[in-house]
Design a protein around this ligand. Structure first.
Ligand code: ATP
Ligand code: MG
Length: 329
């Protein structure tokens, strides 16, 4: 089988530059590489409290952003996770093959639940990696483009697949995470020691930000002592983060960028970073606004769901049969 690529984003808030670099920026290349299944992880968005209207609006927004980033609905399948019932059905089966111990070791769960009272932590937040594994295996995906923070979940999916296949035969495909070389973990501009996240909006660049706002945020990004523009994640987390952003935007290596910025002062460097981010995002935002207005995401989501459900239902059937669920056609 050629490359089967699956990737998703949760409609939990305003998309950030981190989401753009991890997923959206690479959509065109992904479609050249293989068959793409791109989804809106709306069931996952319910794992933390969210207003119904916000969730709906965020889902529309995300669909429009995918299309604005160059997702071609003819060459790929764009869909809402909740529109394919096989995700939830497979989840009911697969939850029996991942264990409490391994789920409680997941950093995302630990991070997201650490600030919550125990009796407010939903079961879905804990079992998130089960559903995520289902998202992946349903499409026999072998490549899963993600940011570094999601690699642990893909590793767990691999364990699950191997465990399942050892028990029942070669039923599922073993996936692999695909992480961009630069920009795999974009950090907050106000605190370069924490990840830029849409649900924690301090110091983030949002894909909807006006160019002037983007410039202001980058110009006031926290930097470090010293004056050299060099990559050093430990001693220069702020500058290193801006360097990663620059390199991701320009598709160049850190080494190449360091050469370019020899002799630059921090302020001059920040101005160039702001320029490239705005240069990239301005036309993207223009396309996004057009798509929101013409509602072309509606047809894309409908056709995408048709394509996706065919494949997902086949896998579900295969799994049901393997585990001994009686199927009557
Ligand atoms: P949330 O706070 O709701 O978890 P998020 O910004 O982490 O939001 P997700 O929907 O969880 O976004 O993740 C979507 C994709 O973006 C994943 O592939 C994830 O690894 C990637 N991603 C998220 N944040 C970053 C970041 N700061 N740098 C690089 N990639 C990121
Ligand atoms: Mg996240």
């Amino acid at each position: 089988m050629g490359e089967r690529i699956l990737t998703g984003i949760k409609p939990t808030g305003q998309l950030t530059l981190g989401n753009y670099i991890a997923v959206l920026k690479n959509l065109r290349k992904m479609m050249d590489r293989g068959e793409c299944f791109i989804f809106i992880a709306d069931l996952h968005a319910l794992t933390l409290p969210i207003e119904p209207e916000t969730l709906r609006q965020n889902s529309i927004d995300l669909a429009a952003f995918y299309l604005a980033a160059g997702l071609d609905p003819e060459r790929s399948a764009l869909f809402l996770q909740s529109s394919i019932s096989a995700h939830a059905e497979l989840n009911a089966i697969m939850q029996n093959y991942l264990y409490m111990g391994e789920l409680s070791r997941m950093t995302q769960f630990k991070d997201k639940s650490s600030r919550m009272k125990e009796n407010a932590i939903g079961l879905g937040l804990f079992s998130y990696p089960v559903l995520m594994a289902c998202d992946i295996v349903l499409y026999d995906a072998n490549t899963v483009p993600v940011g570094e923070d999601q690699v642990q979940h893909i590793e767990l999916t691999r364990d699950l697949v191997n465990r399942f296949n050892n028990r029942y035969g070669k039923i599922l495909t073993v996936p692999k995470a695909s992480v961009t070389k630069v920009g795999k973990r974009i950090m907050s501009l106000s605190n370069p020691l924490t990840k830029m996240s849409k649900s924690d909006p301090k110091g983030d660049i949002f894909l909807k930000d006006e160019p002037m706002v983007i410039r202001k945020k980058i110009m006031s990004a926290v930097t470090d002592t010293g004056s050299e523009v060099k990559f050093d994640a430990v001693n220069k987390p702020g500058i290193s983060n801006l360097l990663s952003i620059y390199c991701a935007m320009k598709d160049i290596t850190i080494k190449e960028a360091e050469k370019l910025f020899v002799g630059y002062r921090y302020g001059e460097f920040k101005k160039v970073v702001a320029d490239v981010v705005i240069e990239e995002l301005a036309p993207f935002q223009e396309r996004y606004r057009k798509i929101l207005a013409d509602k072309s995401y509606e047809t894309a989501l409908k056709e995408g769901a048709e394509k996706a459900s065919k494949i997902a239902n086949e896998t579900l059937k295969r799994v049901k049969k393997a585990v001994g669920l009686l199927t009557i056609d």
